[in-house]
Write a protein that binds this ligand. Structure first.
Ligand SMILES: [Zn+2]
Length: 226
């Protein structure tokens, strides 16, 4: 996305969140390869916008006042009996509590089994020359570190907008995205939740179309009642 396109998009800020109702508490562009975190209070909605398309956004969730309770991919998959995250999916914690609910998504589905890229996995998969490339685990450690999280707090994550199809024989793929410019996912917080994002820096597979791009994050309060 060009700087001019991004400026034009930012100028339409109210349009991006206007249909959510409520006041806008956060409206930020997260640069390509960068991390982001915020506490989203219960009842508020986080919208993540894939500005340029085909951008994987790695995500971890923690209970804001007790980070030992955190997102559980297996609990979420088992409860909904499906491996894809879709509209209506409830994102469950390791205690079985709903943390966030996908209230809307214009991207058909999202992944929660592909994991986060790391320098270690990059060197195994793509060769030793990738050892110094920035990765999602670095983002999680940098941004999570500011919130008191350490490597022990990293668990299997969500990959918004990432396409990880599973074949009939169970084979996983990481293939060209199903997302497109402007597609978005809305997540309503069901508790006060610390959201940790890594705008994935991966350039060795098609999860970001080999070209990481910015995303936009908007947090709005509950719709005002008349
Ligand atoms: Zn990544």
């Amino acid at each position: 996305m060009s700087a001019a396109d991004l400026a034009a998009d930012l100028a339409g800020a109210e349009d991006v969140a206007g249909d959510l109702g409520g006041t806008i508490a956060v409206d930020e562009v997260v640069p390509a390869r960068a991390a982001w975190s915020a506490v989203v209070p219960a009842g508020e909605t986080l919208r993540i916008v894939d500005l340029a398309g085909n951008q994987a956004v790695d995500c971890l969730l923690y209970r804001a006042d007790d980070v030992t309770e955190r997102y559980s991919a297996p609990a979420t998959v088992v409860a909904q009996r499906n491996i894809f995250l879709v509209a209506g999916s409830r994102l469950l914690s390791n205690e079985g509590s709903p943390m966030m609910t996908i209230t809307a998504t214009s991207c058909a589905y999202h992944d929660t089994i592909g994991g986060a890229c790391s320098r270690e996995s990059n060197t195994l998969r793509y060769g030793h020359h990738t050892a110094h490339q920035h990765a999602c685990v670095d983002n999680f450690l940098d941004e999570g570190g500011r919130r008191g999280l350490t490597k022990r707090d990293l668990v299997p994550n969500i990959n918004w907008f990432m396409n990880v199809p599973v074949g009939e024989d169970g084979t996983l793929g990481i293939v060209d995205g199903i997302s497109a410019p402007g597609l978005a996912v809305d997540l309503r917080a069901d508790m006060d939740v610390l959201v940790l994002l890594s705008n994935c820096p991966q350039i060795n597979n098609p999860c970001n179309g080999f070209d990481p791009t910015p995303i936009r994050v908007v947090v709005t309060g509950p719709p005002e009642t008349p």
